[in-house]
Design a protein around this ligand. Structure first.
Ligand code: NAI
Ligand code: MG
Length: 331
């Protein structure tokens, strides 16, 4: 049994994490869940956003599966995701976007991996009110973090036999910050002769992504651009219900979907657990239970390929619970 830290999260979090737990159990995953609350739920009860018990648990277990957590817009507490990624130095946010065969979609062969720098940029949280009506935020970019994410992208490309890494930036305007990011990735790229480095300005990248998404292979980019591009990319393959992700650090990794807590559909049995389930199969690979991961992925594919067993966000009729049962019966 491998101990894994579990956070159900807010909104649709409990529905989709329970779905994923059921499927993993039915597939024979050897996991002992170590459940913790973080964020809004604990904040309201105890005034702490990230309780020490959770920190200890993740430090001991090294791996967590996490449902989405709500962050208030504007005022209120800082994003726990951002804090947690900084606390555990989860420097890489890896988000695969791949067409699911058999699902109706505008594009047929999308297969890209977005590697997002997860620790700095405008998400560092250095922002304040200067005076009435004036606020300022600071964009922090370092060569160390930029080279580290560049290496992560190229190592991943090499491991998966990918041929191209596209670095997405805006160095024409932000010459120092994005200039440093671009320069750092170029420096890393020079060590990987078999993989092409492509450079693309972020606004052009958005246009290219919706017109010709098949051209992308591995994308490496800064924190803010990566956040926006990964939701855009999710839309190319059928929506946020299908976009999985992993936050990877040197010692710990947190696996979570790219989407948020979806308050608009929470508690209505409407959530699609696929994104979290695919994050969980990536987690199973990470903890050397790849045979279980493969079994789940094949049952998931079979379930999604059948129009009778799809969730409502994909034009089907099933709720989160019915879809979960359909996957289990396809295992
Ligand atoms: P969202 O990703 O929660 O929802 C956007 C839209 O996609 C909504 O219409 C929602 O119903 C739909 N959607 C999302 N996941 C779905 C799923 N699994 N199945 C079916 N439909 C799904 O983004 P939103 O509404 O902007 O954010 C809500 C909250 O989530 C905010 O507090 C935000 O800060 C937080 N958030 C948390 C994240 C995390 O914990 N990793 C990531 C992104 C947002
Ligand atoms: Mg996001």
């Amino acid at each position: 049994m491998r101990k894994v830290t579990l956070v159900e999260g807010d909104g649709i979090g409990p529905e989709i994490t329970q779905s994923v737990q059921h499927i993993l159990e039915a597939a024979g995953a050897q996991i002992e869940w170590d459940a913790h609350e973080i964020g809004l739920t604990t904040y309201e009860k105890t005034g702490t956003l990230i309780p020490q018990e959770f920190i200890d648990s993740l430090e001991n277990n090294g791996v967590a599966l996490k449902g989405p957590t709500t962050t208030p817009v504007g005022g209120g507490h800082r994003s726990i995701n951002v804090s947690m990624r900084q606390l555990f130095k989860l420097y890489a946010n890896v988000r695969p976007i791949k067409t699911i065969k058999g699902l109706p979609s505008r594009y047929e062969n999308v297969d890209m991996i977005i590697v997002r720098e997860n620790s700095e940029d405008l998400y560092k949280g250095i922002e304040y009110k200067v005076s009435e009506g004036v606020a300022q935020g600071i964009k922090l970019i370092t060569a160390e973090a930029s080279e580290r994410i560049g290496r992560h992208a190229f190592e991943l490309a090499q491991k998966l036999g990918r041929k191209k890494v596209t670095v997405v930036h805006k160095a024409n305007i932000m010459k120092f910050t994005d200039g440093l990011f671009l320069e750092s990735v170029r420096k890393v790229a020079a060590n990987y002769t078999g993989i092409e480095l492509d450079e693309l300005i972020v606004d052009n990248c958005c246009m290219q992504m919706v017109t010709k998404p098949e051209q992308f292979d591995v994308i490496v980019t800064e924190n803010l651009y990566g956040d926006i591009l990964s939701d855009l990319a999710a839309g190319l393959i059928g929506g946020l219900g299908l976009a999985s992700g992993a936050n990877i650090g040197q010692k710990q990794a947190i696996f979570e979907a790219a989407h948020g807590s979806a308050p608009d559909i929470a508690g209505k049995d409407l959530a699609n657990p696929t994104a979290l389930l695919m994050s969980a199969t990536a987690m199973l690979d990470h903890i050397n239970q790849s045979d279980v991961a493969a079994r789940i992925e094949s049952a998931l594919k079979k379930t999604l390929a059948n129009p009778e067993t799809r969730t409502k966000d994909l034009g089907g009729t099933l709720g989160c619970k019915g879809f979960t049962e359909a996957i289990i019966s396809n295992l």
